[in-house]
Design a protein around this ligand. Sequence first.
Ligand SMILES: Cc1cc2nc3c(=O)[nH]c(=O)nc-3n(C[C@H](O)[C@H](O)[C@H](O)COP(=O)(O)O)c2cc1C
Length: 171
Amino acid sequence: MATIGLFYGSSLGNTETVAEKIRDLLEGHSVEMHDIAAVTKDSFAEYDYLILGIPTWDYGQIQSDWGEFWQELGTVDFSGKLVALFGLGDQFGYADYFLDAMGMLHDVVIEQGGAVVGYWPIKGYEFEESKALTEDGKEFVGLAIDEDQQPELTDERVEAWVAQIEDEFDF
Ligand SMILES: Cc1cc2nc3c(=O)[nH]c(=O)nc-3n(C[C@H](O)[C@H](O)[C@H](O)COP(=O)(O)O)c2cc1C
């Protein structure tokens, strides 16, 4: 059985709640949850499979606990690891910055040698700009959750994405 490290930062609890839903759906796997506010770079070393959750705050900024860890994050060796990302944002309130932080986190993981799975179609979302898009603009670089505008879609999105990453993680 593979052990998955699930790292998240959350200012008001939404990302933490989604992290718990993901953990609960990954029954049959061992999932260890880590609040990014309480980790070091060594915390990542023991996992071949990672799930990283980040909300965007303050017009395209990374969430504050991720922000405090950001410099150290740039020294984490993600090579040989499969990484799935999920991001929370508000597509109407911050339409020009939707999920930007997930895009910035994706860039760091790629720069540090990680392989990313769990890309997610943009269909069903309305926004102007996002730094969390793939090059062709057809997908987000991870699961997109909007608890502000589309909370009724969260459960079905999380369920579909967890099934997808279970497949893509290829345990
Ligand atoms: C002051 C403020 C700024 C925000 N800025 C953005 C933003 O730039 N882009 C975005 O997609 N969402 C933005 N959001 C929405 C949050 O990402 C969203 O509410 C998220 O669910 C919060 O997650 P958390 O409770 O885990 O911190 C903002 C929310 C607030 C209150």
